[in-house]
Design a protein around this ligand. Structure first.
Ligand code: AMP
Ligand code: MG
Length: 480
């Protein structure tokens, strides 16, 4: 590993140094060898992955630390939060010379644990491990994980579960909530902290006339792009609190997430989200709300003479959110449908298709695949309102007339995954893993490595469809 330790150069009020506390009887869960290669792990380091991913081995180059931050949870100010069960154990360079954080989740309690036990359970670790891998392979910016370990130690949740640890990788663990903590508790740190954020994550903004405004705009744009990509693959994060969004716009801290199966825009995967704040369809507006809240925390960086103008400029920077989101979403939706994004009716046609999926409760992923395979009759057969589908198809075919359909079809193959991580797939892998069998985790890991390619030897019929509607859905709780 090539260390590039930079977080510890910040004011020490922003973190607490502490060592991981290993679990009893730690043992291998799963290892992402390709990611370890990308992160330039040596053969010796790879051989020690279980020790590293269980907190038994740390590095002299980096003293593990828990970050402090704050946040708005479900729209309410939650005060001080922080890494209550995870530790930053290294910052290293990947093959592209990009700095990547290694964050060990489940490593024991910290001063920020509040009432929590500092642990993570195998169930939630497997869910985060597979989803991070799936999102990366789908081309959605996201944290990932080098590996996870299980243990013999019981951890109490609704029932007694197995403790586990996961070594998460991310280009950034600085959350919007970091700024909230600083302004609430140590406002004198804001200037230097923001400068470091820009230097580390958006160095190109240093050249701008106003680097802070340029930085704000980039954070807004990257977040909008990330959300557009979530919507396109049908990903619902589940807990879009301000402490779970980072400043680079890569997906982080998804616990009760889900990949959409039957298309329901108001779907809540997180069963603890009683008011439906974080439904799939709310994600763009919640991201906008979080960013608006965050921009307020940059206002103190104005100089006394330009305060009003700076406030206005920050507010204006948020105007980038919607067009950026729409540009990426529209382009992606057209690609999924095999429609030219420059055509004035393509977006409407896409919306008409989504309305069919919604009214007919069709599977989001599978329906795009059927369209790609031109199985129009089969889709129509699944519709109660056949007329609605015929109208869509007439418009769809008329837009595609006289277009380069080979090229458009090629785009569809790149945009429509064959495999997503359905809740019941993760659940089967979890139940086996809890009995010590990680073969299903491994199978899903391989399958989701190449989500756009049909893998007949690896796939199972249940990977391709939602559970029948008379089978109760897997309940995904916030507890993890
Ligand atoms: P989350 O919604 O999972 O991102 O967690 C919100 C906050 O609660 C973060 O500050 C976490 O570190 C903390 N937290 C969650 N679970 C635990 C736990 N079991 N022990 C200690 N802190 C926790
Ligand atoms: Mg969190």
């Amino acid at each position: 590993m090539q260390f590039n330790s930079r977080y510890p150069s910040l004011n020490s009020k922003l973190y607490h140094e502490q060592m991981p506390s290993p679990l009893k009887g730690a043992k291998a869960g799963h290892f992402n060898a390709a990611l370890a290669d990308e992160l330039q792990w040596s053969e010796d380091e790879k051989a020690e992955w279980v020790e590293i991913c269980s907190g038994q081995k740390t590095f002299p180059e980096f003293h593990p630390l828990a970050m402090v931050y704050a946040g708005h949870q479900f729209g309410q100010w939650a005060g001080q939060l922080g890494d209550g069960r995870g530790l930053l154990i290294a910052q290293i360079l990947n093959k592209n010379n990009q700095t990547i954080d290694l964050h060990l989740k489940g490593a024991g309690s910290t001063p920020y644990s509040r009432m929590g036990d500092g642990r993570a359970v195998l169930r939630s670790v497997i869910r985060e491990y597979l989803a991070g891998h799936a999102l990366n392979a789908l081309g959605v910016p996201s944290s990932n994980s080098v590996g996870f370990t299980t243990s013999e130690q019981g951890v109490q949740r609704e029932k007694l579960e197995l403790g586990a640890m996961m070594l998460r990788t991310s280009d950034c663990h600085i959350r919007l909530g970091h700024f909230e903590w600083i302004n609430q508790y140590q406002p004198e740190l804001l200037k230097e902290f923001t400068e470091k954020c820009i230097e580390w994550h958006y160095p190109e903004c240093l050249k701008a006339e106003n680097p802070i405004l340029a930085f704000a705009t980039k954070v807004i744009q990257n977040t909008a792009i990330m959300i557009a990509k979530w919507q396109l693959v049908g990903f619902a994060h589940g807990v879009m609190n301000t402490d779970n969004l980072n400043i680079t716009g890569s997906t982080l801290d998804f616990g009760p997430y889900g990949f959409m199966e039957r298309f329901r825009p108001n779907w809540i995967n997180n069963h603890s989200d009683y008011n439906g704040r974080y439904t799939y369809q709310n994600q763009p507006s919640i991201a906008h709300w979080n960013l608006w809240n965050w921009l307020n925390h940059l206002i103190p960086l104005a100089t006394p003479e330009n305060k009003e103008q700076f406030k206005q400029d920050l507010a204006d920077s948020l105007e980038h959110f919607e067009p950026t989101f729409l540009e990426y979403y529209t382009h992606g939706l057209c690609q999924k449908l095999g429609l030219p994004s420059f055509h004035k009716d393509s977006f409407d046609c896409g919306m008409a298709f989504l309305r069919i999926l919604q009214t007919e409760q069709l599977d989001y992923t599978d329906s795009f695949l059927r369209l790609q395979r031109k199985e129009y009759e089969a889709i129509k057969d699944d519709c109660l309102d056949r007329r609605q589908f015929e109208d869509f198809l007439a418009q769809y075919e008329s837009i595609r007339t006289n277009q380069e359909t080979d090229e458009l079809d090629g785009e569809m193959f790149k945009a429509n995954p064959v495999y997503i991580l359905r809740n019941h797939m993760a659940q089967t892998a979890i139940e086996l893993a809890e009995r010590g069998d990680f073969s299903e985790v491994d199978r899903l890991f391989k399958l989701l490595s190449q989500p756009f390619i049909k893998q007949v030897d690896l796939e199972k019929a249940e990977d391709l469809a939602p559970l029948p509607s008379d089978v109760p859905e897997v309940m995904v709780s916030c507890s993890s």
